[in-house]
Ligand binder design. Structure first.
Ligand code: GAL
Length: 428
C-alpha cells in the first residue's frame, strides 16, 4: 500500500480533535514534538524555547529520545491515531507530503507569516518545495545539515602517527590500521540502524559518485541497486565496518561522539549535529577537531533539512503560538544562534552567502560554501538515511538490509544488493 494511504488508513477512524484546549495562560501554549535530546541538541532547541517563552507563550516540550527520530515518528503516529497531535512537530522531507495528504496539517496557519516575512524570497526553491503542500507552507524549515562528514581528533591522529586527514578510502583504511595498532578505536560508531545507513550512504556516494547515488538511493533504480557499483560499495562498507567500535552495538551517536572528543577514538562518520557535542565540550573547529568530507565525497553534499510542521488544532488559540514559533525560526537571530549550537547551517539564502559575518566557524563556512556550489553542480543530493530522499517505508527497507548485512559475518555483497532491490521494491 502507498505510504500515504497507509498513514491515512491508520488515522481514518480517529477523531482528529479529541483532546481539550491547551493550558490556559496569557498568550496560549504550544506543544513541540522533536528528538533533539543529546546535550548539544538540547542546547540548540533551548534557544527556540527561550525566544518563544520571551514572547509570552508556554512551550510544552514533547521531546522523544532517539537519534534519527524513528521513535519520535512512532509516537507521533499514535498521537495522530488517538486524535491528539501536538501543535508543532519535527518532520522531514517527503514524509511532510504524506502527512499533509492526510489532512492533519494546517495549510492556513502559516499563510500570513510566510507572506509577511517573505519566505519565498528567503529560501531556495528546493527547500521551500519540501515544506509546502499544494503551494501552501505546512512547515517551517529550521536548518540544513550535511551528512557526509568525517570527524577527526587530530591529537589522536598524531599519537597514532597519521599526518593528514584521509581523502580516499585507501587512506581511510591506512589511518584505521594505524589507529588500531596504537590502541585507539579507529571509528566511533553506534550500531543503530540509522547510524549504519548514515555510513552506508556516505560509502555509496564515495564509490558510486553523485550520479550513482542519485540513481540508487533517490530514484531507486533497480539496475543501480543491484549493479556492480553497488556490490563494490557494499564490499567497501564491510571493510569500513571492520574499523567500527567493537563496543558500539546499539550505542547512541552522542556517546560515540564523546569517545572521539575524549581521545579514545580517532574518527566518526556522522552528520554535523555531531559538532553540537564538540561545541558543548568547548572544543574549537580546526584546532581541537577536524571536519572533512567523507573520503571521495568532497564534491557532494548529502543534505538533511530539519523542519517543524504545524498540525491542525481544536483550540484555535494555539495558532498564535504556532505562528510565533514559525516567525522566530526563520528570523536572523535564531538562524544564527541555533545553527551555531546545533552544528548545522542556516536555511536562509542571504545568510548562507555571508557566513563570516555571523561568526560561524570553519566547518560551517565550508558547509555553506559547498552547499551553494553543489546546488549549482548537481552535487547536492537528499539523504536517504535522514528521511530526505524516500518515504519512511522505503527507508525502513534500506535500514533492515544494511544493518543485517553489516552484522552478518557470512553476508555476501552481491546477495545483499539483490536483497536491497527486493526490499525497496516491496516497500515502494
Ligand atoms: C537527524 C536530525 C538532526 C539530528 C540527528 C540526530 O535526523 O535531522 O537534527 O537530530 O538526526 O538525532
Amino acid at each position: 500500500m502507498h505510504p500515504t494511504l497507509r498513514l491515512a488508513a491508520a488515522i481514518s477512524f480517529a477523531s482528529l480533535f479529541s483532546l481539550s484546549a491547551q493550558a490556559a495562560d496569557s498568550k496560549g501554549s504550544v506543544e513541540v514534538v522533536h528528538w533533539w535530546t543529546s546535550g548539544g541538541e538540547k542546547a540548540a532547541v533551548d534557544v527556540l524555547k527561550a525566544q518563544v517563552e520571551k514572547d509570552g507563550f508556554t512551550w510544552k516540550d514533547g521531546a522523544v529520545a532517539g537519534g534519527g527520530g524513528a521513535t519520535a515518528m512512532t509516537v507521533l503516529k499514535s498521537r495522530a491515531v488517538a486524535g491528539n497531535p501536538p501543535g508543532v512537530a519535527q518532520i522531514k522531507g517527503p514524509d511532510i507530503q504524506d502527512w499533509a495528504a492526510t489532512g492533519l496539517l494546517d495549510p492556513d496557519v502559516l499563510k500570513d507569516v510566510a507572506k509577511d516575512e517573505k519566505w519565498d524570497g528567503l529560501l531556495d526553491k528546493k527547500v521551500a518545495d519540501t515544506v509546502k503542500y499544494d503551494g501552501d507552507y505546512v512547515a517551517v524549515p529550521v536548518n540544513i545539515h550535511r551528512i557526509n562528514w568525517l570527524w577527526i581528533n587530530p591529537e589522536v591522529f598524531k599519537k597514532a602517527g597519521i599526518d593528514k586527514a584521509p581523502t580516499t578510502l585507501e587512506e581511510f583504511y591506512a589511518a584505521g590500521d594505524k589507529l588500531k595498532a596504537a590502541g585507539f578505536i579507529p571509528l566511533a560508531h553506534g550500531g543503530q540502524p540509522w547510524q549504519d545507513s548514515t555510513v552506508f550512504e556516505s560509502v555509496v556516494l564515495s564509490v558510486m559518485g553523485v550520479e550513482g547515488y542519485k540513481k540508487a538511493l533517490v530514484e531507486l533504480d533497480e539496475k543501480a541497486l543491484t549493479g556492480p557499483e553497488m556490490v563494490k560499495a557494499l564490499t567497501e562498507l564491510k571493510k569500513v565496518a571492520t574499523y567500527m567500535d567493537p563496543d558500539g552495538k546499539g550505542q547512541d551517536w552522542n556517546l560515540e561522539a564523546a569517545k572521539v572528543i575524549n581521545g579514545k577514538a580517532g574518527m566518526q562518520i556522522m552528520g554535523d549535529w555531531a559538532k553540537s557535542e564538540w561545541t558543548l565540550a568547548k572544543k574549537t573547529a580546526g584546532k581541537d577537531y577536524q571536519c572533512v568530507a567523507f573520503p571521495g565525497t568532497d564534491k557532494a553534499f548529502l543534505y538533511n533539512i530539519d523542519s517543524l510542521v504545524v498540525f491542525k488544532q481544536k483550540d484555535k488559540g494555539t495558532a498564535a503560538g504556532q505562528q510565533d514559533i514559525a516567525r522566530k525560526v526563520l528570523g536572523e537571530d535564531f538562524q544564527k544562534v541555533f545553527s551555531i549550537n546545533k552544528g548545522s547551517i542556516p536555511v536562509r539564502n542571504d545568510m548562507l552567502a555571508d557566513m563570516g559575518k555571523y561568526g560561524f566557524d570553519s566547518c560551517a563556512q565550508t558547509a555553506a560554501k559547498d552547499f551553494l556550489a553543489d546546488a549549482k553542480s548537481g552535487g547536492l543530493q537528499p539523504s536517504m538515511a535522514h528521511n530526505m530522499a524516500t518515504t519512511l517505508a522505503v527507508q525502513g527497507a534500506f535500514f533492515d538490509v544494511v544493518t543485517n548485512y553489516i552484522n552478518d559475518p557470512k553476508a555476501d555483497p552481491a546477495d545483499a544488493a539483490k536483497k536491497l532491490a527486493a526490499a525497496v521494491n516491496a516497500a515502494k
